[in-house]
Ligand binder design. Structure first.
Ligand code: SAM
Ligand code: SF4
Ligand code: SF4
Length: 339
């Protein structure tokens, strides 16, 4: 397999592709409604990469950079029209071993079957609370939790592998940690807790709002004993734990309290066609302009290799220092490059 190493000896394996900056939710920590309102300038169709352009780039990433995993994200990826057509194209790319999608789940009843047939293997469904009122408040659009349950059901029926992601915020939904653990333990689905991160500039992040990995582990262990489990592969983002009674698995993604930049093998392609080498970057490399200007794939590959081999990002590992040095460091929004 091709391995282009960055300045910290990390290969590129995982490409996250944002297919839209739009969403049918307004999660308070991601796209607060007061900022992403009716007049918000979302990208228009010409500004988005077309499916053919995404396919062309993904092929080069797989062939020349060593990418083996693709994750489709957004915004809400299922808001992008005809998404199964893109999945079908991506699934045929030699070298791509795994295609997953992160979604809020609400549109899965319409698309789950088509996505599975097109070659999607897995979905990660985001759900931050089991409390119907809190869920409505957190999604910023008063959307019923039943819509997410219907999405989970549809994904199950379609035969997609499912994980559930919960972003935990102190003072907002920490009381849901145990009920969520209990519910998904019973349901036989892997639940992953995500520390609230300081992505973007609009979500009023504060370290005091983070429930740390240590706190989550202690809380769950006190009720449902768990033990650490080895990662599936080097660079896996979540720390895995098994319930001691054998009833399943949870994961914890500790980007804030225990950074994992040392093994970060991920790049992100924004809906507008920029390449970001870190979730917390303030700018990306404009690939759209380049692919619209040249038919020469080698020229593009050359740039991709250059960008990756010059990469030295490790924002999370240097978070405190970064904050002290650059209090005005402007970061790209999560809804723009996806999680
Ligand atoms: N709309 C889809 C969804 O919600 O699953 C995909 C895009 S969303 C940006 C991807 C993931 O990022 C979601 O699981 C979401 O909860 C998570 N996320 C968004 N903002 C976050 C933040 N500030 N800290 C941690 N996770 C965040
Ligand atoms: Fe939309 Fe996902 Fe962001 Fe929520 S987390 S606003 S569902 S993009
Ligand atoms: Fe990777 Fe940047 Fe996150 Fe570190 S902060 S794990 S380099 S995306």
């Amino acid at each position: 397999m091709v391995s282009i190493l960055d300045k910290r000896n990390r290969p590129l394996r995982d490409l996250r592709i944002s297919v839209t900056d739009r969403c049918n939710f307004r999660c308070t920590y991601c796209m607060p409604a007061e900022i992403f309102g009716p007049d918000y300038p979302f990208l228009n169709k010409e500004e988005l990469l077309s499916f053919e352009e995404i396919e062309r780039l993904a092929k080069l990433f797989a062939k020349d950079l060593g990418v083996v995993k693709l994750r489709i994200t957004g915004g809400e990826p299922l808001m992008r029209k005809d998404l199964p057509i893109l999945i079908e194209k991506l699934a045929k790319i030699p070298g791509i071993e795994d295609i997953a999608m992160t979604t809020n789940g609400t549109l899965l009843p319409i698309y789950a079957d088509k996505l599975k047939k097109a070659g999607l293997q897995r979905v990660t469904i985001s759900l931050d609370s089991l409390d119907p009122e809190r869920f409505k408040r957190m999604n910023g659009r008063q959307i019923s939790i039943q819509k997410v349950f219907d999405g989970i059901e549809a994904a199950k029926k379609a035969g997609l592998a499912i994980k559930v992601n919960m972003v935990v915020q102190k003072g907002v939904n920490e009381q849901d940690i145990l009920p969520m653990a209990s519910y998904f333990k019973e349901a036989g689905l892997i639940l992953r807790f995500i520390e609230f991160m300081d992505v973007g500039n609009t979500n009023k992040w504060n370290l005091e709002h983070v429930v740390t990995k240590k706190e989550i582990i202690e809380l769950i262990h006190s009720e449902y004993p768990i033990k650490p489990e080895a990662p599936h592969y080097a660079g896996e983002v979540a720390n895995r734990f098994f319930y001691e009674d054998g009833s399943g698995e949870i994961g914890i993604i500790s980007s804030v309290s225990d950074a994992f930049c040392g093994s970060c093998n991920r790049a992100r392609l924004s809906a507008r066609g920029e390449l970001f080498t870190c979730l917390f970057a303030s700018s990306g490399f404009d690939l759209k302009q380049m692919i619209r200007a040249t038919e020469d794939d080698q020229e593009i590959t050359k740039l991709l290799k250059e960008v990756w081999s010059n990469r030295h990002d490790q924002y999370s590992a240097e978070r405190e220092q970064q904050k002290a040095n650059k209090s005005n460091h402007k970061k790209v929004e999560m809804s723009y490059i996806g999680g």
